[in-house]
Design a protein around this ligand. Sequence first.
Ligand SMILES: C[S@@+](CC[C@H](N)C(=O)[O-])C[C@H]1O[C@@H](n2cnc3c(N)ncnc32)[C@H](O)[C@@H]1O
Length: 255
Amino acid sequence: MSPEASTLRVQSYWDAHIHDSVIARQEAGTELFFQELAEYHFDKLDYLMRVAGFDRYAGKRVLEVGCGIGIDLVRFARGGARVTGVDLSERAVELAGKNFSYQGLAAQLEVMDGEALKYADSSFDFVYAHGVLQYTPNPERMVSEIRRVLKPGGEALLQVYNRWSWLNALSKITRVDIEHLNAPILRLYSPEEFKRLVSAFASVSIFTERFPVKSRLHRGVMAFFYNSLFVPAFNLIPRIFVKSFGWHLIAKAVK
Ligand SMILES: C[S@@+](CC[C@H](N)C(=O)[O-])C[C@H]1O[C@@H](n2cnc3c(N)ncnc32)[C@H](O)[C@@H]1O
């Protein structure tokens, strides 16, 4: 398949599967829809408020690659950053625009391939790509673009999925697919593979996050097993023993 064809397949998948919209009860594009998805996002990713640094970039230029409907980008904007968001999905960018206008916040939002950013070298103080590299046809190219548009000394926060994680093991044991397994591209990484992917940065620290919390994704017996048995049992294990097995591998990288 040509590179263009694989990018088009990724684009049309994400146009049709706006991230997390499967749990939405509210009509897409309404103010309540964005509230519902933001609440779900920060419940599920309870580490983000601690790790993302939403308030650290006041007055700075922040780029989010693969911004989806802008849930995280809104937080950077609320923290005073001058924000730009790009996504391959036209539908996601259109919804992100609505999200920002409900919030009364400004953002530059564009449909753009994160593997071919149309920004000059050294344009941004911080680049954020959360849950994006694992879905793009050529992650090496995206990392190289992210590094190119960062100012020297600028930072990137990048998240991919950890192959050696509790969620991947649970999915194999229960035969319940991980989300977006039907996306045209979905890669899992070992910490070593992820380290290699970001090795061009001057310094990188890699760690894992995302441990089990109650989920609205499951129904019936599965919901009972997951929410009432698995989550409390897992969380009895002292974190020190499981800390390498988080579902999200995060790189904090400095150019
Ligand atoms: C799992 S969603 C994550 C959305 C958001 N970052 C979040 O954490 O909620 C993946 C997003 O990455 C976008 N994406 C995938 N490949 C991309 C690319 N090459 N350039 C820009 N966006 C891309 C998809 O369109 C989709 O919106």
